[in-house]
Structure formats: C-alpha cells, structure tokens
Design a binder for this molecule. Sequence first.
Ligand code: ADP
Ligand code: MG
Length: 351
Amino acid sequence: MATTPQKLAILFGGTSAEHEISLRSARAVCEHLDTERFEVILCGISPSGLWLDQATSAALLAGEALPQDAKLAASRVPVLPNGVDVVFPVLHGPGGEDGTLQGWLELLGVPFVGSGCVGSALAMDKALTKHVLRSCNIPVVPWTDIRRREWDQERDAVLANVMKRHDKFPLFVKPTAQGSSVGIRKVKDESELQEAMDYAFEFGDAIMVEKAIVGREYEIALLDNQGEVLISEVGEISTADWYDYDSKYTNDTAVLTAPSETIAPALAGHMKEHALKAARVLRLRGMARVDFLMEKSTGRFALNEINTLPGFTSISMFPMLMAAAGVDMKQLVNRLVDAALERAKPSAGSA
Ligand SMILES: Nc1ncnc2c1ncn2[C@@H]1O[C@H](COP(=O)(O)OP(=O)(O)O)[C@@H](O)[C@H]1O
Ligand SMILES: [Mg+2]
C-alpha cells in the first residue's frame, strides 16, 4: 500500500562563512533523497539571513545569483512552511550548527536531524568542547582561551600569558566557534602572533591559541542507527601542510583516505572509544564527525574538534566513512530522518 510521502524541509545556505559549503552539502543531500518516501521542501536562507520562499530557494540551490534583498519574497524571521513533518538542517557554522537553530526547532516541537540545542552549542564552541572532554579524561590539544574584552583591554598581559603557556612555535590561532578553517592561521613565530589573533577576532568574540600537533590527522564518523551508534573506521586526511580552506575546497591537495591505511589497529581502537565517549558526554545525537590529531614524535593523540553537521558532499569524509561502513548516501539520509522521527515519538526515552 502506498504511504503518504513525508514532508522533509531541507534548510541550507545561511549567514555563516560556510554558506557556499552548505549549498554543496544540500545539493548532495537532495541528489540522494528517497523520492518515494519524501516530499522535499527547500528552505534556503540568504547570506543576509532572509528565509526564502521555495522558488527562490530552488534558485539559490541551483547556484543562481539572488536578486537584491528588497526584491525578495522572504521573511526576516525564521519560518517553516506549514505541514513540515521533519527538518534536516544542512547548515554549517554559527546560526545553523551552533544550537541556536536547534533551540528554535525544539521550541516549535518539530522533529529535526542531528544534535539538539545543548549538544550543538557545546560542540560548536571548541573551548567548551575541550573543557568538558578534559574533565572526562579525553585527551585534547593544549590551548589558551581569549575573550575579546581581554584582548581589547589587556593585550600585553594576554600576549605574555600566551607566550608563557606556549613557548614553542608553530602555534595555531583560531576563532573558537567557526568551521571550514575560516579565520585560522598557523603562526610560525612571535612576529606573526598578534596579527593572527586580530584576524581570528574578525570571526567571533572568542579565540584560542593552540600548540601545533605535528603528525597525522584522523577522523571518525558516528551515526545513530536504530537505537545504537554506528561507528566508522578511522579516516585520514593528508595535506601538504595543514587542512586550510583552500585544501578543503578549492585545490585538490588534501587526500582523504577512508579508512586510513596507516593507523595501527590498537590506536584506531582507542580513538573510537574516545569518539564514542565524547559524543555521549556532549549529548550528541544523529550524527557527528570526531576529529583527532596524532603527534608523530610521541605517538600520542588528542581530540581536536567535533562537527555535528559535517560536510556532506560525496567527497566529504563523513559520507566516505559511512560508505566504507556499508551505508550509502541514500541510506544515510533515511537513517538520519528515522532517528529524528524516532526521538520525537512520545514514548521515546532521552537521547
Ligand atoms: N593544534 C593543531 N595542530 C595541528 N594542526 C591543527 C591544529 N589545529 C588545527 N589544525 C589544522 O587546522 C585545520 C582546521 O582546524 P579545526 O580546529 O579543525 O577548525 P575547523 O572547525 O575550521 O575545521 C585542522 O583540520 C588541522 O589541519
Ligand atoms: Mg576541522
């Protein structure tokens, strides 16, 4: 017997620096949707934060330039079309992945894919992630947290503290809550430090300085799967220097291997244990990509960051790792939606 298709709203675009990446992820999701199961409702958000009607959303997804804001049939405040059964936020970065949107969806009472307000907020803020994980004995990269007010009012003291804590270069300077390597610089000596910190503050009110881990970069994908967590093998990213925006999206210099061919099985096992534990303590659900750095000289690894809405194109690590685990893109979307609907059932337990 034919069943009525579920109305699935795909949210994409948005105001973050990762607008373009969201479009790419959303195209990949739309390409692999189960068309018998879902009626797709496209909900595009312009870079200026306008919530677009469906026709304009389709144009945005197709890569067409949008008319000026004043000429758009769009809403300044978030709106969902009537009758939506479930929402898939295919948004990366602030305003989409950081818990604000998730809090709104929770208030509306609409089921949605991925982590909720608390988990999304914790994972988006790299410093909060580290505070929580460190308290659970999950290794994290040593870092210093700096707020804008401190930088504006006590710059010399902040710099002295950074130099005291991190006397060896290179260092990484990053905005605390961004993605896609936006705002990040690798700093090779003290002369580059201040400028890198000023630059990171262009992308948020909190930044961090971190010891650079020289070695290898690994990623693990997690997926809620019928009440259990499916954990992928460990994937590896190889780059000429570090995984910056260009190596992620514009030149083809980063090599993604899923699963990694170099990692020792015991190390992979430890990483997986930590990835599962991290997802549990941060209250994550639906999906997550947990990223690690391994220091060549010591063989030690540390958790670098967690993405609750990881890149979703067919050449992104998350779908690659899932494909290697036997879950293709179509199944992936189906399972994510299933998990969202399951959680929304009145009888469902807490996440
Ligand atoms: N402490 C570090 N040591 C070595 N490489 C780092 C460090 N921090 C970041 N990187 C490099 O920068 C990239 C982006 O940093 P990351 O913290 O993952 O931010 P984003 O959320 O923008 O992806 C990483 O994939 C890695 O290549
Ligand atoms: Mg990253």
